[in-house]
Design a protein around this ligand. Structure first.
Ligand code: CTP
Ligand code: MG
Length: 372
């Protein structure tokens, strides 16, 4: 009997607020999605990921050949349906990328219960809060009896034919078990696990890190970079192109903000600096973009066991004016660094020294990292 895993990863992660899809947020050495794939892959024959539209290729490269990637839908149920149409297994495990740390054992227990004859199996934990039903004006209608309440987790397991029939109505629910219930099926609850928590907000990421054994010994680092203006070159700054301005001299695209951040990250992680990692003698980094260097830095720092807590960068120069594009620049930098919080500010030097003479542009950055 073959088993398909469907991993719902098409959500945008509004509540997390990283500006990138939640499944692509870094948790320790891997993205949430890679964690989910790694723990379920051992017990299934086929894996199908529902990806956010536009991220199919990136996700496919991340998880490697052998994993089917489909475009998700506007709701979780639509994303599951998109994947279900390609499922070849007799059984299907539907899992949230957001429950990145659910163990292989949990998936195994769901499968065992399924094979014992149940049509639908859902892992769940008893709820700790008292759950109240409220009206639109926030008045309580009733309080539920906690003794009979559980919070559903994933992976949820189904006979594939049963799940297909439940999805045939095309309705939406926040989990697949609810669709089985709505179509009159029986759903068996088995014991869930704490580590299968749904990562929803940045605070949940800290809880998840604790499960991975990261302690919170922080190290800080700083980095500075400056380049002289050079006419005829495009200006790349903070991972954005500034078409009305002259660019700067330099190996690579001369993005001083990105370079200062790379230096700060290397310093914090005690891994040398920009020069020792991407020296001018390495032709593959000639004309490398700031975003590429940030991504490469993230992978070096992650491989050494460090996690980035946050990064601050200040641009020092007479122009360009950063404020109008601050949000865009923060999103671009954060996306290159796996969705971490970024602060970006800018200042001039009152016509004095450094960049005040208008000859170039500089940036200073600080980074905070911590280690497993
Ligand atoms: N999901 C999906 N397709 C959607 C919405 C959600 O595949 N249209 C997936 C998410 O990627 C996630 C899981 O369903 O793995 C549970 O959803 P949730 O935790 O709500 O994630 P997001 O929808 O991304 O987060 P938010 O609701 O905060 O935007
Ligand atoms: Mg959601």
């Amino acid at each position: 009997m073959s088993v398909t895993a469907i991993i719902a990863a098409a959500g945008s992660g509004e509540r997390f607020g990283a500006g990138i899809p939640k499944a692509l947020i870094q948790l320790g050495d891997k993205t949430l999605l890679e964690h989910a794939v790694a723990s379920i892959s051992a017990i299934v024959d086929q894996i199908i990921i529902s990806a956010p539209a536009g991220f199919e290729k990136q996700i496919s490269e991340l998880v490697g050949a052998g994993v089917v990637v489909v475009t998700g839908g506007a709701t979780r149920s639509q994303s599951v349906r998109a994947a279900l149409s390609q499922a070849t297994g007799d059984y299907v495990l539907v899992h949230d990328a957001a429950r990145a740390l659910a163990s292989s054992d949990l998936a195994g227990a769901v499968l065992t219960a399924l094979k014992s004859g149940h049509d639908a199996v859902v892992p769940a934990l008893r709820v700790v809060d008292t759950i109240k039903v409220v009206d639109a004006d926030s008045f309580v209608i009733s309080s539920l009896d906690r003794a009979s309440l559980v919070g559903a987790q994933t992976p949820q397991g189904f006979k594939t034919s049963v799940l297909r029939a439940a999805h045939a109505s095309g309705s939406n629910a926040t989990d697949d078990g609810a669709l089985i219930e709505a179509s009159g099926g029986r759903v068996k609850i088995i014991a869930g696990e704490e580590r299968a928590l749904k990562i929803t907000t940045p605070a949940d990421l800290h809880t998840a890190l604790a499960y991975l054994g990261f302690d919170e010994t922080y190290r800080s680092g700083i980095g500075v970079d400056a380049h002289a203006f050079a006419s005829g070159r495009p200006l790349w700054l903070a991972c954005l192109l500034w078409p009305e301005h002259d660019g700067v001299q330099g190996h690579s695209d001369g993005d001083v903000a990105a370079h200062a951040i790379c230096d700060a990250l290397f310093a914090a992680s005690q891994l040398g600096d920009l020069g020792s990692n991407f020296g001018t003698d390495r032709p593959e980094y000639a004309d490398a973009s700031g975003a590429q260097m940030l991504k490469e830095t993230l992978s070096i720092v992650s491989a050494a066991g460090y996690l980035i807590s946050n990064v601050t960068v200040q641009i020092i120069g007479n122009h360009p004016k950063i404020s109008a594009r601050r949000a865009e620049a923060i999103a671009a930098i954060s996306s290159a660094l796996g969705g971490i919080p970024i602060s970006l500010s800018a200042t001039t030097t009152d016509g004095m020294g450094l960049t005040g003479e208008g000859k170039g542009i500089a940036a200073i950055a600080s980074a905070l990292v911590f280690k497993r």
